[in-house]
Write a protein that binds this ligand. Structure first.
Ligand SMILES: Cc1ncc(COP(=O)(O)O)c(C=O)c1O
Length: 386
């Protein structure tokens, strides 16, 4: 498997996602289909070929804390490894933090369209979810600060900030983050969970960790990340949470410490190797994603009534098919993803990202170019363009 794999290569890879040729192309789940960086494969193989996959050694945990500090330092977040705690994945971290930072029935603010994983699990914690839609300023989604402040006034225990954003692909500028911090600083009891898992996928602009915006932002926020997106290690289960508020180190880090030794040995090693040794592979992945993004922008420009939200980061394209309904290219009574699936390409239904978004769909573009080209052809057939 690699950056130039064909659909046949994926089909014969043994992956359940690809092995059934009758299934539509699986571009709905946030994964890359480029295989795994050779250094990670090698490190995992050495463990498997050695005495066996044993329990984690505390030194392996410390190596991942150190690698994480090195990773975030690339973006200007300077921390010590002791500020890093570990848990299986970012969604689990978000859920755990919410249950610790908010009492049952307190309110959690999410911005929509937003990451569907949080939209799914946070309500399961018994906390009330409030969703504030992004504002659209000249075709760019940004914070609706007035609407956010109205909710903060009514009481919000935790605001979840995904930066860079899924599914809108926004890389928030310093000005935007500073303005958000200025509002939040008036509500010191509110906490921020900053999910920065997509930081390695910035194509335009620069990733600015929210905690670096001000001393208030560092105090108010908790950052979470993982190599699960950047290096496609979702099944390895060893994500990170970063405490930049000293009080959290006393109260929350011990909660995470209870279960750190239950993490996957292979996962901890794989994430460490990713951060320390696999940037060349990551940049190659990003170059392929960028080329796919550029191709997608060109093609969408020829699709009547379809809009691509400008993708500054991530490998998740957010497509608005509303105009294709108006043009009679999609039947009015089906969601966009349901219609496309009939033509052999499975995207994430828009409504999983926020209410009323049935005419949107989310598409993964971290695909080898030949597979991506096939997906574009199928979408063009679905739009009656072929
Ligand atoms: C913004 C965001 N956070 C978290 C995740 C999932 O991360 P994990 O597998 O570590 O829970 C994703 C996956 O797509 C994501 O897009």
């Amino acid at each position: 498997m690699g950056f130039d794999s064909t659909l046949d290569d994926l089909r014969s890879s043994g992956s359940p996602k690809w092995s059934d040729p009758k299934r539509p192309l699986q571009l709905w789940r946030a994964e890359m289909d480029f295989g795994t960086a050779p250094q990670i494969q090698q490190a995992v193989k050495e463990i498997i070929d050695g005495p066996g996959v044993g329990y984690l050694d505390p030194e392996q945990l410390d190596a991942l804390r150190e690698a994480t500090a090195g990773f975030v330092a690339r973006f200007g977040l300077d921390i010590s490894p002791s500020q890093v705690s570990l848990a299986p994945d970012v969604v689990t971290i978000g859920k755990l933090l919410v249950t610790r930072l908010a009492r049952p029935h307190e309110r959690i603010l999410m911005l929509t369209p937003g990451y569907k994983g949080f939209r799914h699990v946070i309500p399961l914690t018994g906390r009330e979810v409030v969703e504030v839609p992004f504002a659209d300023v000249d075709g760019r989604t940004t914070f609706d600060l007035a609407a956010i402040e109205r909710e903060l006034d009514a009481g919000v225990a935790v605001l979840i900030l995904v930066n860079p954003a899924n599914p809108t692909g926004r890389v928030y500028t310093r000005e935007e983050l500073t303005a958000l911090d200025a509002v939040l600083s008036r509500y010191p009891a509110t906490r921020v969970i900053a999910d920065e898992i997509h930081a390695p996928f910035v194509m335009d602009g620069e990733h600015i960790p929210y905690a670096t915006i001000s001393s208030n932002a560092a105090r108010q926020s908790i950052t979470t990340t993982s190599a699960s997106k950047g290096w496609n290690l979702a099944g390895y289960k060893a994500a990170q949470v970063i405490f930049t508020n000293p009080a959290d180190l006393d109260t929350l880090a011990p909660v995470f410490a209870e279960d750190e030794l239950a993490l996957s040995t292979l996962g901890v090693v794989a994430q460490t190797v990713a951060y320390n040794e696999c940037w060349h592979w990551q940049r190659e992945a990003l170059a392929t994603i960028r080329a796919n993004r550029d191709e997608l922008s060109r093609r969408v420009a020829t699709w009547p009534g379809v809009k691509l939200t400008p993708m500054e980061a991530t490998y998740i394209a957010w497509l608005d098919f509303s105009g294709a309904y108006d043009a009679g290219r999609i039947p009015a009574d089906v969601g966009a993803a349901t219609h496309l699936e009939k033509f052999g390409v499975a995207l994430t239904p828009g409504e999983e990202q926020g209410p009323g978004l049935e005419r949107f769909a989310r598409m993964m573009i971290a695909e080898p170019p030949a597979v991506f080209a096939e997906a574009l052809e199928r979408i063009e057939s679905a739009l009656g363009l072929k």
